[in-house]
Ligand binder design. Structure first.
Ligand SMILES: Nc1ncnc2c1ncn2[C@@H]1O[C@H](COP(=O)(O)OP(=O)(O)O)[C@@H](O)[C@H]1O
Ligand SMILES: [Mg+2]
Length: 292
């Protein structure tokens, strides 16, 4: 049972009182989400606070409300879903009072996201680089030529080999892993403080998945990005997170430091998730990079 947690690298939270003094960039307090048409509450109270450079993981079975929680924080709940309890603060501002114009200004520059299936968030008839450049041009207010230069640099920073070539390509010419790197470039182009990665590596094979997770960790280190990592896969969440929330049947059944949740799971469902990993031998994926 302890194999997963023993391989986790030590984190700041265990070595002292570092992060707690800083104000959270994202504070989710007892958030409840309901389906107005169905008349039922779907998410029954989720809470976490995220400071710069930290990562919170949300793990749990399909349909447990992970994506709805993310969409609530991004102000993009599907039609007829609404927040019916609690509050969400982005950078100290309660999102309840935000106008659509304010949301447009916040998205990309303060809070951003990448989801599964990157191709569906990119326009198939435009060169991918031009789509990155357009975000830079609009959100940062720079000239076309400068936006293009910055887009190429950003693609390079996403560890795309030959970024000049990739810039001119179309979605159908790129693999799933390359597309997710392009989408990541789009998501961070305007320098957000919070990035939500909702099943962002789910469709990728294990090697590419690990590379993308490394990239997220590097971004966090270099820019102080605060990350929300959502996955049904405990290995993904365990690799990056300081704090973990475990959802089961719309309920947070367990929450605590990654080490605590993985080393000493209290809930049967968490134990089941851990056991599954040991069964499939995925625990090696959790080893710190130095051991690889
Ligand atoms: N656009 C939608 N329309 C109707 N029901 C939805 C929609 N999105 C989510 N739901 C329902 O809300 C619940 C939680 O969904 P979701 O947050 O997507 O779960 P998860 O991301 O954990 O798999 C599920 O029961 C799902 O069927
Ligand atoms: Mg989901």
């Amino acid at each position: 049972m302890t194999a997963l947690s023993e391989k986790l690298p030590a984190r700041a939270e265990e070595t002292g009182e570092t992060a707690s003094a800083e104000a959270p960039v994202l504070a989710v307090r007892d958030v409840r989400i309901s389906d107005r048409v169905g008349g039922r509450e779907i998410v029954h109270g989720v809470s976490f606070a995220l400071t710069p450079g930290r990562t919170v993981g949300i793990v749990g079975e399909s349909g447990s409300g992970k994506t709805l929680t993310c969409r609530a924080a991004l102000g993009i709940l599907p039609a007829h879903f609404e927040i019916t309890g609690g509050s969400i603060e982005i950078d100290g501002h309660d999102i309840a009072g935000l106008s659509p114009a304010r949301w447009t200004a916040l998205r990309g520059t303060t809070i951003s996201a990448v989801f599964q299936d990157p191709a569906s968030y990119l326009n198939p008839s435009l060169r991918v680089g031009a789509q990155v450049a357009e975000v830079i041009r609009v959100k940062k207010g720079v000239k076309r030529r400068e936006a293009r230069r910055q887009a190429v640099e950003l693609l390079r920073a996403m560890h795309l080999r030959d970024p000049e070539l990739v810039y001119g390509q179309y979605t159908y010419e790129l693999s799933g892993g390359m597309l997710q790197r392009v989408l990541l470039a789009v998501a961070i182009a305007a320098g957000p403080r919070i990035l939500i990665a909702d099943e962002a590596t789910t469709a990728l094979d294990v090697t590419v998945q690990a590379e993308i997770l490394d990239l997220l960790a590097d971004l966090r280190e270099q820019t102080g990005l605060a990350l929300v990592v959502v996955s049904h896969d405990l290995a993904v969440v365990a690799q990056l997170c300081d704090e973990v929330l475990v959802l089961c049947r719309d309920e947070v059944v367990e929450q605590g430091s990654a080490r605590q949740v993985l080393h000493d799971p209290q809930h049967e469902y968490t134990r089941l998730l851990i056991a599954e990993h040991e069964q499939y031998g995925l625990e090696k994926f959790l080893a710190p990079k130095e051991d690889a």
